[in-house]
Design a protein around this ligand. Structure first.
Ligand SMILES: *Cc1c(COP(=O)(O)O)cnc(C)c1O
Length: 363
């Protein structure tokens, strides 16, 4: 029996995407070959890469100043690729330290240039998003070549409000790690100069990373860049410089088609309903509680805990019996984390809400 999958990544995929991926393993696009054995230079796969790149741009409503790449090495490789391609040794980049991933990105940038920490909630285990005044942002902007933000902090369950971006975008070049909330809501994507997202959370299977780059930000660093880590090389080769992760790119392509069919506005409305349903249940409960500042709560990763720690294992066991998996919190945070990515249906969230309510009645 299929389980209700709340894992944070790799994560749940739409049922029809899984079905289509299965079919392509048998026979890809009528070629008589499996997607797993076809050449990345075949016209059928070149078309998938082309269409997937075009689809990202279409879903983000971006013009031809932007290029889309499907790269390898996960979100983590972008932590170094971004400063390597954008930051000279004597230049400064601003980082908002909102979680472990944001922090890692910042540490990698220090290998290539100077880093200014614009705000940090590290001292309180990242339980909120630091708010900066417009003045503070403007001051930072004068110094910074780019500002790096993490739109959704997967481990802690905090998310930047879309209104966070607009005052910044007028003054700065914004780089955003959207690994865990890409395509989860409507957004003016043209505010950003570079967007990256590992696919395995909200946009496909593990093995590929979507990178969207505004071309005019490239070519301003004087270091030598290895070809595999050079955005311009991948752009010139239309994202087939070397062998891409053919299968992962295909699964992402199928997921993008599904997103287009559903419509991001509908997906967003559903995501809001899902998160509200779960947060409401947590807030109404006598034994559970949320873990982060309410105004910064994520729509994608809902972190909560039992006030009595000894109930933690029991609740995970209780959920398991109800076919619910993947709700254990990250090891440095504890408690529970339910990931409500786009592919999680409302009925799945309802099952978890029922479990929360039933568990409380048992006590
Ligand atoms: C998962 C995650 C990463 C790391 O992605 P990998 O593909 O495992 O390298 C980076 N940033 C965020 C926000 C994430 O959620």
């Amino acid at each position: 029996m299929k389980k209700i999958n709340f894992y944070s990544g790799p994560a749940i995929l739409p049922e029809e995407v899984l079905q289509q991926a299965k079919e392509a393993i048998d026979d890809f696009a009528g070629t008589g070959l499996s997607i797993l054995e076809i050449s990345h230079r075949s016209k059928e796969f070149v078309k998938v890469m082309h269409d997937a790149r075009a689809l990202v741009k279409e879903l983000m409503n971006l013009n031809d100043n932007y290029e889309v790449l499907f790269l390898q090495g996960g979100g983590s490789t972008q932590f170094c690729m971004v400063p390597m391609n954008l930051l000279n040794e004597n230049e400064t980049a601003g980082y908002l330290d909102t979680g472990q991933w944001a922090h890692s990105a910042m540490e990698e940038a220090k290998l290539f240039g100077k880093v200014e920490v614009l705000g940090s909630s590290r001292e309180s285990n990242y339980s909120f998003i630091p708010k900066l005044t417009n003045g503070e942002w403007q001051e930072a902007s004068c110094k910074c070549k780019y500002i790096h933000l993490t739109s959704n902090n997967t481990i802690y369950g905090t998310q930047l409000n879309p209104s966070y971006y607009s005052p910044l975008a007028t003054h700065h070049s914004l780089v955003v790690d959207m690994s865990s909330d890409i395509f989860s809501r409507q957004l003016d994507y043209s505010q950003f100069d570079l967007i990256y997202a590992s696919a395995q959370k909200n946009a496909g299977a593990a093995g590929t990373t979507i990178v969207v780059v505004k071309k005019n930000i490239l070519g301003t660093v004087n270091r030598k860049i290895p070809k595999m880590l050079d955005y311009q090389v991948h752009i010139n080769k239309e994202s087939i410089h070397n062998t891409p992760s053919v299968f992962a790119v295909y699964v992402s392509y199928l997921t993008l088609l599904w997103i287009k069919k559903e419509g991001i506005a509908n997906i967003e409305a559903r995501n809001i309903r899902k998160a509200k349903k779960l947060y409401d249940a947590i807030d109404a409960s006598q034994i559970f509680e949320g873990m982060v500042a309410k105004e910064d709560r994520s729509l994608m990763n809902v972190c909560f805990k039992t006030k009595d720690v000894s109930l933690e294992k029991k609740f995970i066991e209780f959920c398991k019996q109800k076919n619910i998996v993947g709700i254990k919190g990250y090891r440095t945070v504890g408690g529970f984390r339910a990931s409500l990515y786009n592919a999680m249906p409302e009925s799945g969230v309802q099952e978890l809400v029922n479990a929360i309510e039933d568990f409380e009645k048992l006590l």
